[in-house]
Design a protein around this ligand. Structure first.
Ligand SMILES: Nc1ncnc2c1ncn2[C@@H]1O[C@H](COP(=O)(O)OP(=O)(O)OP(=O)(O)O)[C@@H](O)[C@H]1O
Ligand SMILES: [Mg+2]
Length: 309
């Protein structure tokens, strides 16, 4: 696909849920997005990663038509942003903090959201039962929303997002405050949605969660630094597998490895060697004859730290 904004053309229909080029956005003198691109295929879980304030929420709000871009092009489900109303009923947005009516019951809040999408009567009752089951809170239906615990409130917020069976979900830190068991079931549910062809865009600061996504988009300094699978992102950050060895004569052995151009760090009798090709691991082990060793895989957290500076 040609990347130059001048001869960029809209890709094949139905290929992407969101696609954007040269997106800029400033809040007065604060330049948040500075010519950002984004490519989110349909039917994937896609994690927007980036330091605090890098513009993840701003981008989500823009995709929802809640924040205007200054310039650039964005297509959401094949519609340009200024015609977003055509696909609005197919979008679901879970904001970082959703205002629910605190004095209403859970069910009444869900009815309110259903009403926004024109879902009524029998269909509404069915849908409310279904989304409450997804978040495993069927028993809270009659409780006053303002009295729910933080995590329960967050789960009801997700239920509201699901009420219109959206094709494209934008979930801004959906698992904050959610217990590990529920989190696990949320992720299973997100994966199922993607398997059904729906697109799930998520922000999170929990790297184990980002690692579960099909794709990661790493935002920094107002741009998209990389968009790829978590494994590819680690490669992009230049991270390698590390061979951790306990050896005798560590000083001498370290010198040998350094002479061969390997990157080595020493801590007491432990050597940490960065290995680009897996095939070299066996060779190094044979020669170094460690008394103990381990191969440490790079983590997405390492990549995040490296790409954030
Ligand atoms: N309506 C607004 N008016 C002024 N500044 C804003 C507005 N919305 C966002 N900003 C600023 O834009 C920058 C990006 O904010 P945004 O909320 O998009 O970041 P984020 O990547 O979601 O961060 P976090 O990881 O903390 O959620 C921040 O400096 C924020 O203060
Ligand atoms: Mg945010």
């Amino acid at each position: 696909m040609p990347m130059g904004a001048s001869h960029w053309q809209m890709p094949e229909k139905d290929e992407y849920a969101v696609i954007g080029r040269g997106i800029t956005k400033s809040f007065e003198s604060l330049h948040v997005l500075k010519g950002m691109s984004v490519n989110i295929p349909r039917g994937v879980t896609y994690c927007l990663l980036g330091p605090n304030g890098s513009g993840k929420t701003t981008l989500m709000r823009m995709i929802m038509g809640l924040v205007k871009k200054d310039s650039g092009e964005i297509y959401v489900l094949d519609e340009p942003l200024d015609r977003i109303s055509r696909v609005y009923s197919r979008l679901g947005y879970m904001p970082q903090q959703r205002p629910l009516y605190p004095d209403l019951t859970v069910e009444e809040n869900l009815e309110f959201y259903a009403g926004l999408y024109g879902i009524r009567g029998h269909k509404m009752a069915e849908k409310i039962a279904e989304v409450l089951q997804v978040v495993d809170l069927s028993q809270t239906r009659d409780r006053i929303t303002g009295m729910l615990s933080g995590g329960m409130y967050q789960r009801i917020s997700l239920a509201c997002t699901l009420i219109n069976s959206p094709d494209l979900l934008l979930l801004d830190e959906p698992t904050v405050g959610i217990d590990p068991v529920t989190k696990q079931s949320f992720w299973g549910y997100f994966r199922n949605l993607a398997a059904e062809g729906k697109t799930v865009i998520i922000t999170t600061h929990i790297m184990e969660e980002a690692e579960r996504c099909d794709m990661v988009g790493f935002m920094r300094d107002g741009r998209m630094l990389a968009e790829s699978s978590p494994d590819e992102l680690k490669k992009f950050a230049g991270l390698k597998k590390q061979l951790k060895m306990k050896v005798e004569d560590p000083e001498q052995k370290m010198a040998l490895l350094v002479k061969e151009g390997l990157e080595v760090r020493r801590d007491g009798d432990m050597l940490f060697v960065d290995i680009a090709e897996a095939s070299r691991i066996r060779e190094v082990l044979d020669r170094m004859k460690p008394t103990d060793f381990d191969v440490v895989e790079p983590t997405l957290e390492n990549a995040f730290l490296k790409l954030s500076v």
